[in-house]
Structures are given as structure tokens and as C-alpha cells.
Design a protein around this ligand. Structure first.
Ligand SMILES: [Cu+2]
Length: 451
């Protein structure tokens, strides 16, 4: 064995130490056949705190699916529930009929039945998989549930300049609808508790590290509706990838910000021995479970929280200098607005004045490049997601940039984001806000290829 060392990390399934990873690269042992079973689970996130939900393979999150880029896989999904389901492979360039979206033409996983998904995993990087069904006001369904997991696609040549790898998912539990104290207001989603992976802060095994180690955190915000900001007390993160795609300019920051469905891959050099909290900046949310413990070897005692200095999250610091756009690029404007649907009711949403399924399709021609202008004329930020493609950020709230490839982008309230899209994966592709409460109440449109 080389200088890399074995590490004991949280919950077996959620980790993959560097030595095994190296061994896997030397002999191609990554499996290509997987089974996912959708069934009710009882998750004890903290002693006595039982979450009753639906999960994959008896847990939530489901197993980390580790695939090799370009090597075909088959995933058989068995549905033990009485509701039809879909599993969406978020961030993968797969055909519409396996993308896991009914409206794109993917066959369902029938209630008490099964369905096989076969595809070639690409592109490499941190992706994830999750249910993609309508929930509406039934907060036991869809992404409010425990049906999510990390899907990591190994690149053909991984630099692997780290000693250990840790996968983290951020999730809220026992959601409820409330006007949050405003009698005249509309309904929003709150959560009674939270976890990172399957445990609340203070429960489960700590992430055990040694001084000097470089640990890569691959973080997925699997929340149905909430943006999260996380920090690791006394440490900083060097951001390597956003949504699984390497950034042109890796930068070191104290706080990571992830909208729903966004991913960040960041390296931390473990240079401050102690027992520390990695968790949400919001004290209430962190105390309600959104955190985990980082424990250095030979260090004991309660985990400490040091509040970081907060600077606004800015995607463009990870980009490169913008180049001039091709003068003939077609701009497709997409205007997002809320539509008040009554007091003590959920808001409805429109794209260019219409709510799904009545929204106009976004029409593209194969192999043409387009500039999508996300014009958010509402009072809150939205994590908008395009299926089966990545896009390149070109302007974020007035700041030009280039080279950042994503499949979800937070569009700030009353502001704009522009992205360039190369239409290179024919087939219907859903575009929507990733907040479940928004996508279910109108905030969706279909991107279609013209003949
Ligand atoms: Cu939204």
C-alpha cells in the first residue's frame, strides 16, 4: 500500500476510502448490476427519534451507487409500495425513456412491480438519484421522502489527490405546511428535524480523521425545498467541482451554499486537531439535526461549533474570464412569476405567463447553441434544473463568467441568470424549479427538439 491510509468513516455505505478506490482502479471491479428496492423505512436519526418514510434498500439515503464512466449499467427497481414510482438519474446524459420522468416518456415502476433502467453513465462526477413524482400537498411523497441517494461516476482518469472521500446528503424530515405565523400569507414547507446522511447531529459515528489528511467531501443537497449553507468549524473548503463538474478556478471558502439538488465537491486539509461540527449555519436547523461530527485521532469531548464569517456565495469566483458570445446566438427568455392563489394556500408559479402543463415548450434544434435567460420576477430565489443536459453559466446577477457547467442554478430573487445550452441530447427534457412545492404548482416546462 502507498502513503494513503485507511479511514473509518460514517456509516460504511456513505464512504469509500482512498485505498479501496485505488484498488478498484487497478482492477475494474465496480459492479454494473444494481437493485433498488422502494419500501417503507423507519429511520432512527437520533435516539428515540423515528422517521417513518419511504426509502431505497431499507435506508435513507439509499446506497452510494459508484459507476464507471462509459461502462453500461442495469439498475432493477422493485417497488414495494402501492404508488407508481419513477427513479430519476439527476445530472446524467441519458435517453428520455430511462431518465425517470413520466412526462418524458419513461415507463413507470408500477406499484408492487418492477422496472429496469439500463444506461451508459456519463458525465463523470457527483450526481444523484431520486424519486420524480408529483407530491402536491401530500408531503409524504416524492422528494419529501427518503427516496434519494448519491450516484458517483468515476472519471476514466481520476487525479485522486486526496486521502479519503466522504459523501454527505442534507435532508429535512417530517415536513409540514404552514403560513409560518403570517395569517394572511401563503403556505410554505417547514421541517421538524434534519439529518446529514441518516443521522442527526450528535448521533451516529463521527467522521474520524487524522492531522494532515486531505479529505474530499462530496455533498448533495437532497432537501425538497431548502437551500443550505454549511461550514466545518475552524476549517475551510477548496471547491473543486460544482454539480459534479470541475470548475475552471478552484477557490477556498469558509462556507458552502447549496440550493436544492445542487452538489459541491470540496477538499478540506485537516490541520486543526479537535472534535468539530460540520453543519448548517442556521442555529435552529443545525440544532434540529443538520450536522455531523469530525473527530481527529486521539481527540475527545463534545463537538465544538465555531460560527464562520459569512460572505455571500458567488458562483462566478469559480469561473474564468468570459469570452464574447457568438453574435448570432438565439436568446430564449424564461420569465418566472408567482401567482397568488389565495390566503393560506400554496402559491402557483408561471413560466412566461403559463403554469405547467400549459407552459409553452422550450424549442431547440439539435446541435445548436442557445442562451437561456432566467428572469426571476418573483420575491424568492429558485433552483432551476434542466434534465439530460448541462449548461454553462455566462451571467449571474449582472456578473459575466464562463466555464462553470451545471445542471441546477440558483436564480436570485428579482434578478437574472444567463446560461448557454448546447442542445446535444435529443428527446424531451423537463425544465423545472427543483423546489418540490414549486414544480408541483406550475413551475415546469418541457424542452423539445424541433425536427
Ligand atoms: Cu422555485
Amino acid at each position: 500500500m502507498d502513503r494513503r491510509q485507511f479511514l473509518e468513516l460514517i456509516g460504511g455505505a456513505a464512504c469509500w476510502d482512498a485505498a479501496s478506490r485505488l484498488a478498484a482502479q487497478q482492477s475494474p471491479v465496480l459492479p454494473t448490476d444494481f437493485t433498488l428496492r422502494i419500501s417503507p423505512v423507519e429511520l432512527e436519526t437520533a435516539p428515540g427519534r423515528i422517521i417513518k418514510t419511504i426509502g431505497y434498500n431499507g435506508s435513507a439515503p439509499g446506497p452510494v451507487l459508484r459507476l464507471q464512466e462509459g461502462k453500461p449499467v442495469t439498475i432493477e427497481v422493485q417497488n414495494d409500495t402501492s404508488d407508481q414510482e419513477f427513479v430519476h438519474w439527476h445530472g446524467l446524459f441519458v435517453p428520455s425513456d430511462v431518465d425517470g420522468v413520466g412526462d418524458e416518456g419513461t415507463p413507470a415502476v408500477p406499484a408492487h412491480g418492477k422496472q429496469r433502467y439500463s444506461f451508459v453513465p456519463r458525465p463523470s462526477g457527483t450526481r444523484w438519484y431520486h424519486t420524480h413524482v408529483f407530491a402536491g400537498r401530500d408531503l409524504k411523497r416524492s422528494t419529501y421522502s427518503g427516496q434519494f441517494g448519491v450516484l458517483y461516476i468515476e472519471p476514466k482518469n481520476e487525479p485522486g489527490d486526496y486521502d479519503a472521500e466522504v459523501f454527505l446528503t442534507l435532508h429535512g424530515w417530517d415536513p409540514f405546511l404552514s403560513t409560518m405565523g403570517d395569517d394572511e400569507g401563503f403556505l410554505e414547507v417547514g421541517y421538524k428535524s434534519y439529518s446529514i446522511n441518516s443521522h442527526a447531529l450528535g448521533s451516529g459515528d463521527p467522521i474520524r480523521v487524522q492531522k494532515g489528511q486531505r479529505v474530499i467531501f462530496r455533498i448533495v443537497n437532497s432537501s425538497a425545498t431548502l437551500l443550505h449553507r454549511v461550514a466545518l468549524s475552524g476549517h475551510s473548503f477548496t471547491v473543486l467541482s460544482l454539480d459534479g463538474n470541475p470548475v475552471p478556478t478552484p477557490r477556498t471558502v469558509d462556507v458552502l451554499e447549496l440550493g436544492p439538488a445542487e452538489r459541491v465537491d470540496a477538499i478540506v486539509t485537516m490541520n486543526r486537531p479537535g472534535v468539530w461540527i460540520l453543519g448548517e449555519l442556521d442555529d435552529k436547523i443545525r440544532s434540529a439535526g443538520l450536522g455531523t461530527t469530525i473527530e481527529y485521532a486521539n481527540e475527545k469531548g463534545p463537538a465544538q461549533w465555531l460560527a464562520p464569517t459569512v460572505t455571500p456565495w458567488d458562483y462566478t469566483i469559480f469561473g474564468r474570464a468570459p469570452s464574447a458570445p457568438p453574435p448570432d446566438i438565439e436568446v430564449i427568455p424564461l420569465i418566472f412569476r408567482s401567482k397568488f392563489a389565495g390566503n393560506r394556500w400554496v402559491q402557483h408559479w408561471t413560466i412566461n405567463g403559463k403554469s405547467y402543463p400549459k407552459t409553452d415548450p422550450i424549442l431547440v434544434k439539435a446541435n445548436q447553441k442557445y442562451r437561456l435567460r432566467f428572469d426571476n420576477q418573483s420575491a424568492e430565489a429558485h433552483p432551476v434544473h434542466l434534465h439530460r443536459h448541462s449548461f454553462e453559466l455566462t451571467r449571474v446577477a449582472g456578473k459575466p463568467t464562463a466555464g462553470i457547467l451545471k445542471d441546477v442554478v440558483m436564480v436570485p430573487a428579482r434578478d437574472q441568470v444567463e446560461v448557454d445550452l448546447l442542445a446535444d441530447n435529443p428527446g424531451p427534457s423537463l425544465f423545472h424549479c427543483h423546489m418540490q412545492l414549486h414544480m408541483d404548482f406550475g413551475f415546469m416546462a418541457m424542452l423539445r427538439y424541433k425536427d
